[in-house]
Design a protein around this ligand. Structure first.
Ligand code: KG4
Ligand code: ZN
Length: 363
């Protein structure tokens, strides 16, 4: 530790289509309690590389990470006005994700750790999302977490670093995936989430009633594939789409997702068993940057007497700061990894959770 209670960590993220590096400081203890400081946060989005294919192409992603990562690390250090010698550790995403990309980031981190004699922290990408609210808001454990991204839709109780209790997950598609597929079938381009949100802004959310899978059912699992199919059938039934029709379909889809998330979160709040002083809802992952969904979840939190914490949009989508932060949290507990640590394509936060039933289940 450079100073008492202060840890400075470089974080590397390469698990999907963002190449990212950031330097974060974790200040602990003292009168202020836990405090995070982002010294730099360099992100290269590969959107243009993947856009012609309408989705992320793993091989292209891995090559782009190789091309851009060194430059981003140099930039992250320069922006932070620091050198490798000023760091306490190197953290990198070790999974879950596209394994070709994960290998690029993790091997780079191992090389730096070895060359500079620094500890290595292998970070679970989902833990990066899960702990971001502690970086931005110093949120204490425990809290209820809605994790909504391109690959995951989960409700978890976050009990501590590395300690997660999964209450529900998707039994088919992830919510971000549903946004991406709906955008694709309406010709809104890639990535889908922001495009659907923009298009929906001018639409009537009540024009097309759509199915709300698992709505009102016990538990808090999710299902989005039936909704996606209903949108496809609706689009096909319309023939040519004009701007108004597109906007109304996007708005109706988004409102339906909001209904489903609100219902599942309400159930999770009851199932979580959080004590009076720990009634907190944190929303994380790329989909958490959607303003309509945020507003809806905020009102559920207010109705149920929960505090509502959602990081700013740029820290909800994939970034290096969340990996650096999760690395700092682990380092503070002495949780470092050997240079033999392996990249993982699948890495559930709660390995004890029962497998969800259904086809195409995501961990
Ligand atoms: O967390 P993230 O950046 O990457 C993963 O770990 O998956 O999440 C990406 C997902 C994509 O499916 C993207 O379409 C979705 O988050 N997303 C959104 C919005 N911004 C990103 N979904 C809905 N509304 C948005 N504004
Ligand atoms: Zn992510």
């Amino acid at each position: 530790m450079t100073r008492e209670g202060v840890l400075t960590v470089l974080g590397i993220e390469t698990s999907c289509d963002e190449t990212a590096a950031a330097v974060v400081r974790r200040h602990a203890g003292g009168a202020d309690g836990l405090r995070g400081e982002i010294l730099s946060n360099a992100v290269f989005s590969q959107i243009r590389e993947h856009a012609p294919y309408g989705g992320v192409v793993p091989e292209i992603a891995a090559r782009a990470h190789v091309e851009h990562l060194d430059g981003l690390i140099a930039r992250a250090l320069a922006d932070a006005h620091l050198d490798f010698d000023d760091l306490d550790a190197i953290a990198a995403t070790a999974g879950p994700g596209l394994v070709g990309g994960v290998i690029v980031g993790l091997m780079t981190a191992k090389g730096i750790a070895l060359a500079r004699g620094l500890p290595l922290v292998a970070v679970n990408h989902l833990e990066g999302h899960a702990l971001t609210a502690r970086l931005t808001d110093g949120t204490p454990f425990p809290y209820l977490l809605l994790l909504v991204s391109g690959g995951h839709s989960q409700l978890l109780v976050v009990e501590g670093v590395g300690r997660y209790r999964r209450l529900g997950t998707t039994i088919d598609d992830a919510v971000g995936e549903a946004f991406d597929k709906v955008a694709k079938l309406m010709g809104l381009g890639f990535p889908g989430g922001p495009a659907v949100e923009r298009t929906a802004a001018d639409g009537d959310p009540a024009r097309f009633p759509l199915p709300r899978p698992l709505y009102g059912k016990p538990g808090c699992d999710f299902s989005f594939s039936g909704l996606k199919t209903a949108v496809r059938q609706l689009v096909e039934a319309q023939g040519e789409l004009d701007d108004q029709l597109r906007a109304d379909i996007a708005a109706s889809f988004q409102a339906t997702v909001a209904d489903v998330l609100a219902d599942r979160v309400r159930h999770a709040m009851e199932m979580a068993g959080l004590p009076e002083g720990a009634r907190r809802l944190v929303v994380a992952g790329g989909v958490a940057s959607n303003r309509t969904l945020r507003a809806r979840l905020e009102s559920v939190a207010a109705e149920k007497g929960f505090d509502f914490i959602v990081p700013p949009a740029r820290l909800c989508t994939d970034n290096g700061a969340m990996i650096a932060w999760a690395g700092a949290e682990r380092l503070a507990l002495g949780l470092t990894d050997g240079l033999d640590v392996s990249p993982l394509a699948r890495w559930p936060l709660d390995p004890t959770a029962q497998a969800a039933r259904g086809a195409g289940v995501k961990a």
